[in-house]
Design a binder for this molecule. Structure first.
Ligand code: KIV
Ligand code: ZN
Length: 392
């Protein structure tokens, strides 16, 4: 299937809203502007720039991003409260393309303990608040918070009410990261089938990573009929985070054979975006993080290094340069083999005869057993030392 024949998936980035809700991840206005600019350049379709009623700072960030962004739709979050919706409308009003994103809880546990409202009361709130947002703007997203712990029957009624009131995107979040991929896919299939006007809106997946399933669930949501995915750079977000944008984008790129959906993100910006968000949020990226971790394209074991030197596809399913990494790295350590060691020596400008190579390799293994990280300088010192001994 060619890219043009694939269904397009809208990428909705919420690094600056759900991501910033991570305890300790707050960003300054300047930092948010930098992140938004990069998101816009790399092809994100919708940028959720903040929660305008939450603070004056959030309002200013959303409104400044709305003024500056060139390509993306800019949205701000609003609870199902008239003042929130007005504030969000005010913050995004200067954007080239703008959206209001409003939400309300739908699960029994949230209705009882968080809202103290009946199902019928919540249906009324949805109709009123979505209509209010729609009076301000044509592009309105409505989210059913805690959708995955809501009955399909009631969820379908809420979705029908939101679409009747003018919602153009319907988001069904896995707010607490509880769903499994099969369940999440089925939820979309059933809600879309049960809601008479479901063809009037784009459905959206929004997954949290409490069980480490956020990216898998998002893709399952698409298999079930969603055509928008909400995600964050580095998977930043509440608790264990949101679905990671880079994982979703590269899954679509790498496995187009079984995931026949296209997105507009240029993956060569992924590493840069990851580094920027890590720096401004002060959240380090774990070394083994998929796609953007320091070790994502690094190999230490002898068998893997030998394979990589023969053909890159032996142990890599993506090319590092596709995601903005300069090259694969063969890390020299105690698991490295002779092939990689010889290659490293050549890279450092040494060509040793068989016996000298044998001896250097033995000394390198000794060193690697003692030292956690073996740097180029260590190998240079070791070879220079050996050359001196041999010449004496
Ligand atoms: O996780 C969630 O339910 C949310 C909503 C506000 C969309 O972030
Ligand atoms: Zn969320």
């Amino acid at each position: 299937m060619t890219a043009s024949a694939k269904d397009q998936v809208v990428i909705f980035d919420t690094t600056l809203r759900d991501g910033e809700q991570s305890p300790g991840a707050s960003m300054t206005l300047e930092e948010k502007l930098q992140v938004a600019e990069l998101l816009d350049i790399m092809g994100v379709n919708v940028i959720e720039a903040g929660f305008p009623i939450a603070s004056q700072g959030d309002f200013e960030a959303v409104s400044e991003i709305a003024k500056r962004s060139k390509n993306a739709i800019i949205t701000g979050l609003a609870r199902a409260i008239p003042a929130d919706i007005d504030r969000a409308g005010e913050a995004i009003k200067h954007a080239n393309q703008a959206r209001i994103h409003t939400f309300v809880s739908t699960s029994p546990i949230h209705l009882q303990f968080q809202m103290n409202k009946t199902e019928e009361e919540v249906l009324e709130i949805i109709s009123k608040t979505v209509a209010q947002a729609r009076n301000l703007i044509d592009d309105v997203e409505w989210s059913a918070m805690d959708a995955t712990r809501t009955s399909i029957e009631y969820l379908s009624r809420t979705v029908e009410a939101a679409i009747n009131a003018g919602a153009t995107t319907i988001n069904l979040p896995d707010t607490v990261g509880y769903a499994t991929p099969a369940e999440y896919q089925t939820m979309f299939e059933q809600v879309i089938a049960n809601t008479p006007n479901s063809d009037k809106a784009v459905f959206s997946a929004h997954c949290h990573n409490d069980l480490g399933l956020a990216a898998a669930n998002s893709l399952a949501g698409v298999a079930g009929g969603a055509r928008q995915i909400e995600c964050t750079i580095n998977g930043l977000g509440e608790r264990a985070g949101n679905a990671a944008l880079e994982e979703i984008v590269m899954a679509l790129h790498t496995r187009g054979d079984v995931l026949p959906y296209a997105c507009s993100i240029d993956p060569s910006y992924l590493t840069r975006a990851s580094k920027l968000v890590s720096a401004v949020s002060s959240f380090p990226v774990q070394y083994n993080k998929a796609i953007v971790g320091k070790n994502a394209f690094a190999h230490e074991s002898g068998i893997h290094q030998d394979g990589m030197l023969k053909h890159a596809e032996t142990y890599e399913i993506m090319r590092p340069e596709d995601v903005g990494v300069r090259a694969t790295s063969l890390v020299m350590g105690k698991h490295s083999g002779r092939h990689a060691f010889k290659d490293k020596l050549a890279e450092l400008g040494y060509e040793l005869g068989d016996n000298a190579l044998q001896e250097a390799f033995r000394r390198f293994k000794d060193l690697a057993d003692r030292k956690k990280n073996v740097y180029d300088e260590d190998i240079e010192a070791l070879v220079e030392d050996q050359i001196t001994i041999e010449s004496e």
